[in-house]
Structure formats: C-alpha cells, structure tokens
Design a protein around this ligand. Sequence first.
Ligand SMILES: [Zn+2]
Length: 270
Amino acid sequence: MVSLWNYNRHGMQKMNKILKEAVISVLLFCTVFYATLQVDWLRVLHLTPTIVGDKLSEWTWEMMSSNIKEVEDDEVRLPIDTLMREMCVANGIDTASINIVVSKTSEVNAFATVGKHLVVYTGLIKKMDNEAQLCAVIGHEVAHLQLGHIQSGIRRQALISVIMILVSGNGSGQLSEIIGDMISNSITRTKENDADAQSARYLHAMHLNPLEMANALEKLDSYGVFSFLSDHDDSKKRADRIRNMNFSDNGPYRQVLSPGTWERLQRSCK
Ligand SMILES: [Zn+2]
C-alpha cells in the first residue's frame, strides 16, 4: 500500500527527474548551438563547398523558378535549344551542364544564376535583329557561367541569405531579389568586358558574325541588359572593344535557324 508521503516522495522524485532532464536538454542545446557556431562543419564532415553549393543552388533555383513563367511552346523552345546546343558544341561546352529557360516576360533581359541556370525573356527575343544578336546575349550569360563569375563568392552569401529567410519566414520573391542583387554586385566591369569578349569568340567559333556582339550591346544599352553598366557611353566603349578584337576570317557566316523558324520564334514571343 502506498502512503501519502510515499506518493509525495514519488511525485517529488518525478518532478526532480523532469527538471533535471529539462536542464540537461537546455545545456545540451546550448552546447550544440555553441559548437555549431565554432566548428568548420564543411571540413569536419569532409564536405566541399561545391557539394553544399550545388544543393543550395538547386534549392535556390526551385524557389526562383516559381517566379518564372516558363514558355512551353515548341516554336520558342526548340529554336532556343538549337542555338544553345550549337553554341556549346562549337565551343566545347557540355550542353547538359547549362539549363536554359525562356520566360514569358515583356522586359528586355536575360540573366544567368546559381546552378548554371540561364533565363531569357521573350521581350529580349522580340527585340533582336537576328539569331547572331540573340546568341551574343545568350553567349554573354553563358560566359559569366563558364568563367565562374556567378559561382565565386555567391554560394557562401546565398547560404547565409537562405538561413536568414528561413528564420524570418519571408517568401521566395525576396530570395530571388537578394540572389539577383548579389550576382549583380559580384559582376565587375572587368567581368562584363571578359563576358563580352568571350561571347564574341563563341559566335566566331559558331561561324556567326562576332561583330553582332557589338551591335547587340549598342542596341540594348537603353534596356539595361548586360548587367548594371548600361549607360550609353559604356555600351559604346564595350562595342568598340569588340570591334577592335581583330577576329580571323571565319566566314562565310551561316544561318543556324531557317528564316521561317526565326520569324516564327519572334512572332511567338509577341
Ligand atoms: Zn553581364
């Protein structure tokens, strides 16, 4: 038979146990939290920043792509895939490594983002005079990816931002904006010039007129394409730099898409 005292003693013991467990839990949590801040987990777990970066890039892209109105129309998708494939093959780039998406957006723009994703707006396709100019803009963004302009420094910052957004509970729109800003901020004037020159070389290797890179720069200066340096003087200087590159004769220049395919592509982007 259990007496009242015994019952109380038993209850007290139970209370003490719960209290002890609570204190241990709090201590454990604090220790783990402190340790998390102190330890270089990437090194301890033998993870390279690339593995973490790849996962992060996938995750970031998933969130960003929810704001992209991807065009499914074959009249648009197929010619863009063809131009992209031709550019990759002619320049020894792994075609599968870059994911190109067309977004139904009237804004005249194209951009590359983490995880080797490249987004082209229908507004840009509509404005281009010919396929070589469109390839010039795509090539500029491919060059940013191939030259490592997007990856460098972005992943670590992106990780911090993702954690902050998770903690604050803000949406994917803000994330896209933050990542976009980080990419713009990390692309310097030198990197822009390097991407322009590289894109002109891509065109040359494809047997397309590399000077269309210069024409595209001048044509698009008023739309703010090619990142943050978009004032007129700058576009003119960038175009002149391309014109002074002295490409070897690689003509006659060819037409990748038939005139009919190019026309349907532009019409479908209206
Ligand atoms: Zn750029």
